[in-house]
Design a protein around this ligand. Sequence first.
Ligand code: SF4
Ligand code: SF4
Length: 280
Amino acid sequence: MGRPNGAPDLILIINAKESDPNLACDVRLVLERPEELISGIEIMARALDVEEVTFATRTEEGELLQFEKLLKERGINIAHIRPSYSVGSERLLVRELLGREVPADQFPPDVGVVVHNVATCLATAEAVVKGKPLISRGITFYSRETGGRNLWVRMGTPVEHILNYMGISSESVDRVVLGSIMMGKGTNDLRTPLLKCFTGLVALAFDEHAPFDNPYPCIRCGFCDAICPVDIYPSLLLEALEKGKTEALDNLNFDSCIDCNLCSYVCLSSIRVNPKQRAG
Ligand code: SF4
Ligand code: SF4
């Protein structure tokens, strides 16, 4: 296997950055399954025929001592990245590590970079070495009662079974967030099954209020514009969407939004500012 003759050099980034504040399952994976992860990285690097591999983590040097040693032995770079949300997103990770911009209408391979999550390395090793399909994954569960816990869960497990396992009564849960607290999707259907794309699960009680239920008018403070990691203007996008001026969206770089929710998080008026969510 390999790339066609004349294809540009590729760099493989293994993303263990896990910048979302409620997630820690990737770090757990590195601590518990280091040899299998290395095997998965080597299989990927060979299949993609890459020039170099960089393992990106939010941990500090020495925190993953055994794993760092294995990476060094194999000539794999390790990048300790500042632990700030949302640098884990693919486009921002490529910019942070390599200084390359990925245009909104392109993907990392278009600029010579392949980004894979660390959990994909384990799945690759299990599939290639053991012939085992992806039937379970690590997630980080969080609730006020239990705090954060890493769990290993079979695909298709209904949310209510996970709640029961954690000793939480379904009746006490108002809604859950599937995925990270910043970017996950909320639902009150506790029969929803766990899918391979869900890295976390947050259970919220009835007295944990929904943040955007009672918004105030925009006061043009500009906080949302200042925080946006892709340097677009969410306040102007909000205005355009509210006034139905959809022809203005292209000029305001709507497609560059990475759906990180930081603009909604910092809004003093509790407005759901995120343009991707407002546009539906
Ligand atoms: S969700 Fe908001 S802060 Fe995040 S990229 Fe989109 S506009 Fe910017
Ligand atoms: S943060 Fe909220 S109030 Fe401030 S400019 Fe943005 S939308 Fe308006």
